[in-house]
Design a protein around this ligand. Sequence first.
Ligand SMILES: [Zn+2]
Length: 322
Amino acid sequence: MISEIQKNFYRITLRMPYRLRHVHAYLLAQDKQLALFDTGLNMPGAYETLKKDLASIGFSISNIRHIFLTHVHTDHCSMAGLLQKKTNVKIYLSAAAFDEYLHFRQADSAVSQARQFYSRHGMSSHEIDAVIEEYEDMRGIITEFNTDDYLQNKEVHEFGDWKFEVIFTPGHATGHVCFFVRKEGILLAGDHILPYIAPSLSPNIFDDNFRPLQTYSDSLQVIEQLPLTTIHPGHGNSFNGVSERLSEIRAYHEQRKQLIFGFVNEIPKTTYALANEIFGNSMPDFEKFMALNETYVYLKELKSEGSIKERMDGSVLVYTAC
Ligand SMILES: [Zn+2]
């Protein structure tokens, strides 16, 4: 489905089978040229839907000249390679996002890193196998692409009459960026800020020093400094009133952090044991894995703040109260 937000600026809504059910891409038009922001999920029928959507406003796939990616999660980028193959379009993303994408493509090293990381946090090898299987399914969806140019923080791009700035907003993904049209106060926010849920945060399995929550909170502050009128997110309705939404998201994380803190005591527990205790252990493997990731995010923060202790116990990391 495509809808006009304002002259030469469109939202394209594409279906996906995961929770949230849909993802938005955005489109700027200038004469016969198009710039696409994110691409939607590469699922059966998605390419044809995009083609039809473009045809309904008088364009075709070959009019796409540029693709700007907010981040490399499958629902935002997985059609990029397919479109590049068809049209030779230029793809832009941050260097950190391209690194994430390369990790994802180099399956063997990512899989062995994931095994090491998640077993250190208390998952059994057969549970890790189940997660890796899902991860492999997702990997198959992302079509291969190349980039000519990395996006730089605060650089200004011009596309016809449109002028927009690249704003680095790491957190939800390491290489996440938003696009800001200063003249109109418009933010294409990707998954940095969403209207109904707090964007998920997860560990960087390649970088133990990465603090997802701290990094994300810093990036919320970056957004707060911008003169924003309307947020156009990757999922859900566009909205105004960014400061109210920022307060809600901050309150949510604080409350989750306190919840997890409440389960850390003198008994040494792994991240996975804590996740099972807090969220229950009767969930499907992939949800248990998501619960582990979420628990990790807050434990990492609590540990960095000095509120809890972490130590190796044999081959696993355990957490106790101070
Ligand atoms: Zn995402």
